[in-house]
Ligand binder design. Structure first.
Ligand code: AMP
Length: 281
């Protein structure tokens, strides 16, 4: 069976793969698959022969005023795209299968989650970590693959796996972009042509910051100014946050020393977009 909906079925399939001696890699998603998700499948295949993808729109990570009902869903198309890219099995559980019993536990993140996406979206990361921990325990993979597109999330998951002693390796893969530079996102489909044009200021600004960093600029105020100039010149967007942060703590720094990133979120019409660039030493 290539598509399963119960915990028992996916566990049985993984057990069979393991009995054959296959390493197991895991790609958690909320569906509406695009090339960014599929690039994670490519990475997963390089890591382990048996690739499990989950497709689950996790209600726990949506706030009361967020787009849970509007979140794009296309399980049939997702299954076809995932399998044709080399996914071994798609796990698409119902909300009841994952949260059917009364719940007495959740995973609550500490420092890394305090600001940025964590501040803009109350409870979001507790919802993400709770479902990811559950999925890790259900699938028990050797590798789990996440996208740099959601950098704060990826760093939190790496920290959780370490802190809670999950015996798997969390791998983070680069952001896949459209030819115009916009990071692929299932939310891009909500942008009008005009909004999309405005949204391009985001990758343009972040790329400029990376270039300034590569040219030797280390003062964060200066780096942030480079991006702010580009973003404030664009009429159609509203800046939610822009910051240069240390990727271990997700706190803003004054000077870039070790591993850092420039992270940003904007609103274009009713659509909220996030993006980032790593500023590596
Ligand atoms: P989502 O379905 O949006 O929860 O995303 C599932 C996984 O795909 C997460 O690890 C995301 O970071 C990753 N992802 C989303 N967009 C991209 C992208 N443009 N490039 C690479 N990975 C992505």
């Amino acid at each position: 069976m290539k598509v399963v909906t119960t915990i028992a079925e996916v566990r049985a399939a993984v057990a069979e793969a393991r009995a054959r001696g296959d390493a197991v890699s895991f790609v958690p998603t909320m569906g509406a698959l695009h090339d960014g998700h599929l690039s994670l499948v490519d990475a997963a295949r390089r890591l382990g022969r048996y690739v499990v993808m989950s497709v689950f729109v996790n209600p726990l990570q949506f706030g009361p005023n967020e787009d849970l009902a509007k979140y794009p869903r296309d399980l049939e198309g997702d299954v076809e795209r995932a399998l044709s890219r080399g996914t071994s099995i798609v796990f698409a559980p119902s909300v009841d299968e994952i949260y059917g019993r009364d719940r007495a536990t959740e995973i609550r993140p500490l420092q890394i989650a305090e600001e940025w996406e964590g501040a803009s979206r109350t409870g979001h990361f507790a919802g993400v970590l709770t479902v990811v921990a559950k999925l890790f325990n259900i699938v028990q993979p050797d590798f789990a693959v996440f996208g740099q597109k959601d950098l704060q999330q990826a760093c939190l998951i790496q920290a959780m796996a370490r802190d809670l002693d999950f015996s798997l390796k969390v791998v983070v893969e680069p952001t896949v972009r459209d030819s115009d530079g916009l990071a692929l996102s299932s939310r891009n489909q909500f942008l009008s042509a005009r909004e999309r044009k405005s949204a391009l200021a985001l990758p343009r600004a972040l790329t400029k910051v990376r270039a300034a960093h590569r040219a030797g600029v280390r003062k964060v105020a200066e780096l942030e100014h480079v991006a702010e100039e580009i973003l404030s010149a664009e009429q159609g967007i509203e800046l939610d946050y822009l910051a240069v942060v240390d990727t271990r703590t997700f706190k803003r720094v004054r000077t870039v020393a070790g591993n850092a990133a420039v992270i940003a979120a904007i609103r274009v019409g009713t659509t909220r977009l996030i993006d980032n660039e790593l500023l590596e030493p």
